[in-house]
Design a protein around this ligand. Structure first.
Ligand code: TPP
Ligand code: SF4
Ligand code: MG
Length: 298
């Protein structure tokens, strides 16, 4: 899928009020605003505890103009299924039911409810914004925290384990639509959410979402840091339909061309400060290997 939407024809509809409780430069602010623009007013959100609950706030001073159900951490996928069932019994079949959760709420604590909804074929869209740690509670490591990253629960040496590949876990359910996206490429995200909203059944979008205080960079570099993740090949943008993976947008343009070294990305954030040369070389080799496979399969 190539970008159909440009800044010239992007809708002026807004579903997030100006002013909210997110930190300056928060990537989630971009992801949330963009996704809601694509979804439109006929949408019900389901959100577990996270920075998003803080960003949104509570009625009557909520930052969002759409109805939202705040649910427990482990239940997001099941709660979205319940909202869909309620809409069906009310004969409101044109409503987007959208679970919107962080990486901890998706890949760790909520994974069984997400898996259940995908396996049952429930008609929901699940958007995971991946800021690569439990940010809301003070930067604890999550399953999707990359290897070597220093968090408050992985001090000194950084995280010992690899980043959990949540999109691949979800893809194993063979759902009709799955995509990855980045806060640094909002129009690509917009088109993917629009497309997902037009498809029936379980759909999943995993969005790489830079977080200035959690990752250790100045708020003005949010887009730059997000783009570096893509340009180094560490985070690939793709869509999967009928289990066929297809690189999209900037990642597609990188096929067969030299990529920036992963160190460009690591140097842009304080959280990578304890990476040693052996691990850097290993991580570069992993990226090179993944991209060799993309070249073969495109
Ligand atoms: C069962 C349960 N455990 C722990 C918490 C505390 N808690 C609230 S938000 C949060 C972090 C969520 O992390 P993530 O899903 O990655 O979203 P982020 O905060 O990074 O936006 C935690 C641990 C909780 N609310 N409920
Ligand atoms: S901690 Fe990170 S994800 Fe949470 S509001 Fe602040 S910038 Fe956004
Ligand atoms: Mg998180």
């Amino acid at each position: 899928m190539e970008n159909k939407t440009s800044i010239l024809n992007l809708t002026e509809d807004e579903f997030v009020h100006p002013g909210n409780r997110a930190c300056a430069g928060c990537g989630l602010g971009i992801v949330y605003r963009t996704a809601l623009k694509a979804l439109g007013k006929n949408t019900i959100l389901v959100v577990p505890p996270s920075c998003l609950t803080v960003l949104q706030g509570l009625y009557p001073i909520a930052a969002a103009k759409l109805p939202c159900l705040n649910v427990t951490f482990a239940s997001t996928g099941a709660a979205a299924t319940g909202v869909r069932a309620a809409m069906r019994s009310l004969k409101k079949n044109d409503v987007n039911v959208v679970a919107f959760a962080g990486d901890g709420g998706t890949g760790d604590i909520g994974i069984q409810a997400l898996s259940g909804a995908c396996e049952r074929g429930d008609d929901i869209l699940y958007i995971c914004y991946d800021n690569e740690a439990y940010m809301n509670t003070g930067v604890q490591r999550s399953g999707t925290t990359p290897q070597g990253v220093v968090t408050t629960t992985t001090p000194i040496t950084g995280k010992l384990q690899s980043k959990k590949d949540v999109p691949s876990i979800v893809a194993a359910h063979k759902i009709p639509y799955l995509a990855t996206a980045s806060a640094a490429y909002p129009l690509d995200l917009y088109d993917k959410v629009k497309k997902a909203a037009s498809i029936k059944g379980p759909r999943y979008i995993h969005v790489h979402t830079p977080c200035p205080p959690g990752w250790g960079f100045e708020p003005r570099y949010t887009i730059k840091v997000g783009k570096l993740a893509v340009e180094t090949g560490l985070f690939a943008l793709y869509e999967m339909e009928n289990s066929q993976l297809r690189l999209t947008g900037p990642s597609k343009k990188m096929l067969g061309k030299p990529r920036l070294p992963v160190t460009d990305y690591f140097k842009s954030q304080h959280r990578f400060y304890s990476l040693g040369n052996d691990l850097i070389n290993d991580l570069q080799a992993q990226v090179d290997h993944a991209w060799d496979a993309y070249v073969i399969h495109q």
